[in-house]
Design a protein around this ligand. Structure first.
Ligand code: GLY
Length: 394
């Protein structure tokens, strides 16, 4: 009798598995919806604007090219083109990438890496067309101009904020900009760019992380001595809390550093961050906006953090040398992608002001962009899907 029950349970669980949508079918479904949304989204834009979010009255909000997110829509178009091969999408990808051409000469903050790598970096990687190459180097040199040997880091922001006395603020998000330096270093054989990226990653590893491998959002340095002046948050719940997207940037940053350099210390750091995140994620794989938000489970979830994590987990699942970790990280990427591709998060074409995903959080303490679509959630979601499908031979 007991044996029969086990067999029945096994059959039921197999039947359950077979009902699950295969990941290649899921990816086709998502990219078909994304293609439709991108075509409609372009109609909302001028030759100076890019998508940002939905405002408090439900209105579409665009940005100019200076907003830190301006590279994400061009990058989203490049991923849709990469997956579908649709030439009309390529035309939009080219046009939206070229909007950012004036940015390349001056790094007003660290975000130039996000802006140029997601747009021009993908444009060159996917097409190999020479016209996209020079702005990659020009902008990487501009970004490198923000590096200081005294702190061993790239300065994130120059502006001052009321009530803060930062002298040389560096936020964990800045790890993401290193990919632009490393890519340009490889393309142009410029080791100085690579050395700066490595120095920044090493300094950040020393100063930004707690014993449990969660991280602070912002570390302020003395620009003369490099001493740490303070450790704070700007977009998280509290200085000592774990802001979800910050943890995602850290995971992605060190996974990417290992992918480019092969240095074991970055793999170990990425795995330690990954294990901390896996232990703390809710069952659906989508974090609350801050892991320590006081109103969990009523706190808003952040799809953007999940999308960034999923992309990093997809890579880390193939980079790790441990079979157990590989299953753990690839499994988490799959879980997050399945939830993001569900009706809860994936918008139907024509809805959601033509953004792909719903339910992200930009800056909750600033009462800005709470439970809305965000262009970077879309970008990293599609990137994660392509990586997952490529790595798992679906
Ligand atoms: N500053 C980038 C972010 O909001 O994650």
């Amino acid at each position: 009798m007991k044996r029969c029950i086990y067999i029945l349970l096994a059959m039921l669980s197999l039947a359950g598995c077979s009902r699950q949508e295969p990941m290649d079918v899921l990816a086709d479904r998502v990219f078909s919806a994304a293609r439709e949304q991108c075509l409609q989204m372009d109609g909302r834009l001028t030759d100076q604007t890019l998508p940002r979010t939905i405002g408090k009255n439900g209105e579409f909000v665009s940005s100019n090219i200076n907003w830190w997110c301006s590279g994400f829509f061009p990058g989203t178009l490049w991923y849709v083109y990469e997956y579908t091969g649709d030439s009309s999408i390529k035309e939009l990808a080219v046009a939206n990438t070229l909007k950012l051409e004036p940015l390349q000469y001056r790094a007003k903050d660290h975000d130039l890496g996000f802006q140029m790598n997601c747009s021009y970096g993908n444009a060159y990687r996917i097409t190999g067309e020479q016209r996209f190459l020079a702005p990659i180097y020009t902008s990487a040199l501009a970004l490198a101009g923000r590096f200081s040997p005294a702190t061993g880091t790239i300065r994130s922001w120059d502006f001052v904020r009321a009530g803060r006395d930062w002298r040389y603020p560096v936020i964990i998000d800045n790890m993401m900009n290193l990919e632009h330096l490393l890519n340009a270093a490889d393309l142009f054989r410029d080791n100085s760019l690579r050395d700066m990226a490595i120095a920044h990653a090493n300094t950040t590893m020393c100063n930004h992380f707690r014993e449990d491998f969660s991280c602070w959002h912002l570390v302020d340095y003395d620009p003369e001595t490099g001493a740490v002046r303070s450790r704070e948050t700007v977009q998280g719940y509290a200085d000592g809390s774990s802001w979800a997207r910050g943890q995602a940037w850290a995971l992605y940053g060190y996974t990417m550093m290992f992918r480019f350099t092969g240095y074991e210390c970055y793999l170990r750091q990425a795995e330690n961050i990954a294990d901390m995140i896996v232990d703390r994620l809710p069952a659906d794989g989508i974090p609350y906006w801050d892991f320590d938000a006081p109103d969990i489970p009523d706190a808003p979830k952040d799809a953007s953090a999940a999308a960034v994590m999923a992309s990093a987990f997809a890579d880390l699942g193939t980079l790790t040398t441990s079979d157990c970790n590989s299953r753990k990280y690839s499994g988490m990427a799959e879980r997050q992608l399945r939830t993001l591709a569900s009706d809860i998060y994936l918008a139907k074409p024509g809805e959601n002001c033509n953004f792909i995903l719903k339910h992200s959080v930009g800056n909750l303490p600033g009462d800005s962009e709470v439970d809305v679509p965000l262009s970077y959630a879309d970008y990293y979601f599609l990137e994660a899907l392509i990586k997952y499908i490529t790595h798992n031979n679906n």
